[in-house]
Design a protein around this ligand. Structure first.
Ligand code: BTX
Length: 326
C-alpha cells in the first residue's frame, strides 16, 4: 500500500522530507503522497507539514504495523530479514504461520496486535489483549535434525532477554525452558512448534508472547504475570523490541548452526537461568521430585542434582518450579 511506503520513508528519515522527494522516490504524484499522509494522520500518526520543508513524522510509540517493524529491522541491520506479516487481530500467530508456511518459501514473521485464541503449551491459552503486547511467530527452516528443534526455544529465550536488556537496561531471567521472568513474574512465554516429513524438518515456528504495556491481568494469572511497563516503569516501542529480538535471534542461530547444539551458547543461557544453584521442584507426570538446578547441557536439557545423582530433564511434559516463586 502507498501509505506504508510513505510511512517507511518518513520513519527512516528522522527529519523533514519534501512531498516532491517522496513522489520522485515512489514514482507517484504529489497529490497521491498528500492523500497517503492524510490516511496516516487518520491512523493516529502526528505528521507536521511545513511549507518549503515538507513532512516531519513524530513517532507514535503505541502504533504497530508492518512498516514500523520493517523500518526498525533495517536499522538493526538484521542478518536475515524475514518477511513481515502484520494483523490488527488474528486467532493465533502460530496457527496462521503454520498455514502460511506452505506457501511462503522464505523465513517470515507473523505479528498481531491482539489474538483471539492465543495458545500456550499443552493446550493452555495465552492472554493476548490489544495494544498492550507483542504476539509474534517466526518461521524458520534450519537444516537440522528433528531432535534439535527444541533448542530453538532456548535460542529465542536468550534473544528476547538480550532485547529487553538492551532497551530497558534490566536483566530478565529464563525459567527453563520457555518462560521469561522479571522480579519472579512471567512477562513472556515461548511456544515452538514444527512440521516435518520423511526428509526431516520442513519448518519451525517459534511463537513469542510478551506483556509490554499491560497494567492489569485476568484473575487466573494476576498473581504470576507482569509486564515490562509494570516492572520497569518505562514504555518502549514494540517495533524496536521485536526488531532487537529478531536481530539477536539470528545472531545466536548462526552460532548454534556452527555446532548444531547449545555448546557455544550454554554459558550465555546459563547466565540468564533462573534458579541456577537453587532448589527446584521437577513436575514430572510420573511423579514430582525436588532437585537442585545445575545448568543445561549441549542438547538444551536441564541438568539437576536429585538425591546426589545428576539427571537430565528434557522439555515436553516436564515443568520446573522454583521453591520460592519462579
Ligand atoms: P505456557 O503453557 O508455558 O504458559 C501458559 C500459561 O501461562 C497459562 O496457562 C497461564 O497460566 C499463563 N498465562 C497466560 N497468558 C499469560 C500472559 N499474557 N502473561 C503471563 N502468563 C500468562 C507459554 O505457554 C507460551 C506462550 C506463547 C504465546 C505466543 S503469543 C504468539 C504465539 N501465538 C500463539 O498462539 N502463541 C504464541
Amino acid at each position: 500500500m502507498l501509505k506504508d511506503e510513505v510511512l517507511k520513508i518518513l520513519l527512516s528519515s528522522g527529519s523533514h522530507v519534501s512531498g516532491q522527494d517522496i513522489s520522485n522516490k515512489l514514482g507517484v504524484s504529489r497529490t497521491a503522497v498528500w492523500k497517503a499522509v492524510t490516511v496516516l494522520k487518520n491512523d493516529g500518526y502526528d505528521i507536521e507539514s511545513v511549507n518549503n520543508k515538507g513532512y516531519l513524522l513524530t513517532r507514535n510509540k503505541s502504533i504497530l504495523n508492518e512498516a514500523e517493524i520493517e523500518t526498525c529491522m533495517h536499522l538493526y541491520n538484521c542478518k536475515v530479514f524475514p518477511k513481515v506479516l502484520y494483523f490488527d487481530s488474528i486467532d493465533s500467530t502460530n496457527t496462521y504461520a503454520k498455514k502460511a508456511a506452505d506457501s511462503i518459501p522464505s523465513d517470515f514473521l507473523v505479528v498481531a496486535d491482539t489474538q483471539t485464541l492465543g495458545r500456550g503449551r499443552l493446550g493452555r491459552s495465552w492472554s493476548s489483549p490489544s495494544s498492550t503486547g507483542i504476539y509474534m511467530s517466526l518461521c524458520i527452516r534450519p537444516n537440522i535434525s528433528l531432535e534439535k528443534a527444541s533448542m530453538i526455544t532456548l535460542i529465542m529465550a536468550t534473544a528476547i532477554c538480550d532485547a529487553i536488556e538492551e532497551l530497558y537496561h534490566i536483566s530478565p531471567l529464563i525459567k527453563w525452558p520457555n518462560d521469561i521472568v522479571i522480579n519472579s513474574k512471567k512477562i513472556c512465554g515461548i511456544l515452538t512448534e514444527m512440521s516435518c516429513d520423511m526428509d526431516g524438518i520442513k519448518y519451525i515456528i517459534s511463537g513469542v508472547g510478551i506483556n509490554v504495556y499491560d497494567t492489569s491481568f485476568p484473575d487466573d494469572i494476576k498473581d504470576t504475570a507482569s509486564s515490562l511497563l509494570l516492572e520497569t516503569g518505562t514504555k518502549k516501542d514494540r517495533a524496536k523490541i521485536i526488531s532487537s529480538a529478531i536481530y539477536h535471534f539470528y545472531e545466536d542461530l548462526d552460532t548454534f548452526m556452527q555446532t548444531e547444539d547449545m555448546s557455544a551458547l550454554k554459558s550465555k543461557y546459563e547466565s540468564r537461568l533462573a534458579n541456577i544453584g537453587r532448589e527446584v521442584m521437577i513436575l514430572d507426570p510420573k511423579g514430582e521430585y525436588p532437585a537442585t538446578a545445575l545448568g543445561i547441557d549441549e542438547t538444551g536439557a536441564l541438568l539437576v542434582n536429585a538425591n546426589g545423582k545428576v539427571k537430565r530433564v528434557i522439555s515436553g511434559e516436564v515443568s520446573v518450579r522454583g521453591i520460592y516463586g519462579y
